[in-house]
Write a protein that binds this ligand. Structure first.
Ligand SMILES: [Zn+2]
Length: 60
């Protein structure tokens, strides 16, 4: 239902993918989300993005 976006490349993380969760960093670079699939191995997600206060609410 809620799409997850890789914070490294901004791509969509497929359901069931093994995501690597990292603690948030002030210096973290978060790529803008886009509709293309993520091709990272593994996808990177920051637990609490400082740039994304609306976590959990992702536009389609
Ligand atoms: Zn990615």
């Amino acid at each position: 239902m809620t799409e997850m976006h890789c914070h490294f490349c901004g791509g969509v993380i497929p359901n069931g993918a093994k995501v690597k969760y990292l603690p948030p960093r002030v210096t973290a670079q978060v790529a803008p989300a886009h509709p293309d699939p993520c091709s990272c191995s593994p996808p990177i997600v920051y637990e609490h993005s400082p740039l994304d206060p609306d976590e959990g609410e992702t536009a389609p």
